[in-house]
Design a protein around this ligand. Structure first.
Ligand SMILES: [Zn+2]
Ligand SMILES: [Zn+2]
Length: 253
């Protein structure tokens, strides 16, 4: 594959050592060849490192987005395990895997910078504006420098996350309705984020977010659920938008 195979990666790892029957954490440095990780961070279709990592929701196998979408033009099965993803709409049951892509970009030197450079050239040659947000310093950085993924995180504001469409309505007249009920936001947003948003809009005070319950299919949602989790577990076979209701919190104690 690529030259990066030969590079050695360093991981700081807290490993557990047993000393005199006492278990304690000991920080050590372990060297791992990138080659040993390759089966986990490469695409089975093109055999390159994952780009726009996209996962089949049913079996959790991951491929490059473009490779998988192309495969699904003529098939409805997972290229790895051949499970039927969906009889007629397999594209609706795959999902951008930001965590996996972050891992790949962190592990493989310069992959992200090279990919952005390639995309920019693609649009430039066609005289089209580059449609994505360019991460800080990603282009200017020379080969061999450290990845700037923390900066990427900072300037991106989750715009490149998978997005979800939600409809947010007050369940009763106890709380006022949103002026704008249809919202599009990152699938990483948690129920608590959403409560803070509602508190800001309804009470004009974000600190009152604990006074709100959010429900999906009549069920109160846990505060740490992400909208991705809610979609997959509560709205899987329904059409978007994901319908959520809010109401004053019921104190059961
Ligand atoms: Zn691929
Ligand atoms: Zn599969």
């Amino acid at each position: 594959m690529k030259k990066a195979n030969k590079l050695l990666m360093y991981f700081r790892k807290g490993s557990i050592l047993k000393v005199n029957n006492q278990t304690r954490f000991h920080e050590m440095e372990r060297r791992i060849r990138l080659k040993t990780l390759n089966p986990h961070i490469t695409c089975k279709i093109c055999r390159g490192y994952l780009i726009d990592a996209t996962t089949v929701i049913e079996c959790l196998h991951t491929f490059c987005k473009s490779c998988l979408v192309k495969h699904l033009e003529d098939n409805n099965t997972c290229p790895t395990c051949e499970i039927v993803i969906h009889q007629s709409h397999p594209l609706q049951y795959i999902s951008y895997d930001r965590t996996m892509q972050d891992i790949v970009y962190k592990l493989v030197p310069n992959l992200q910078q090279n990919e952005i450079r390639r995309e920019r050239d693609f649009y430039k040659r066609r005289g089209m504006p580059y449609p994505k947000i360019i991460p800080n310093n990603c282009i200017e950085k020379e080969a061999g420098s450290q990845s700037s993924s923390s900066k990427v995180e900072d300037c991106d504001y989750h715009r490149s996350d998978e997005q979800v469409n939600i409809l947010l309505e007050a369940q009763s007249s106890a709380l006022k309705q949103m002026r704008r009920k249809f919202i599009r936001c990152s699938a990483q947003v948690t129920v608590t984020h959403l409560k803070k948003f509602i508190a800001k809009k309804v009470f004009n005070n974000m600190d009152k977010y604990r006074e709100v319950d959010i429900l999906c299919n009549e069920e109160i949602l846990g505060k740490d659920h992400t909208l991705k989790f809610v979609c997959v577990t509560r709205w899987r076979f329904k059409d978007p938008p994901l319908k959520l209701y809010y109401r004053p919190r019921l104190d059961l104690t």
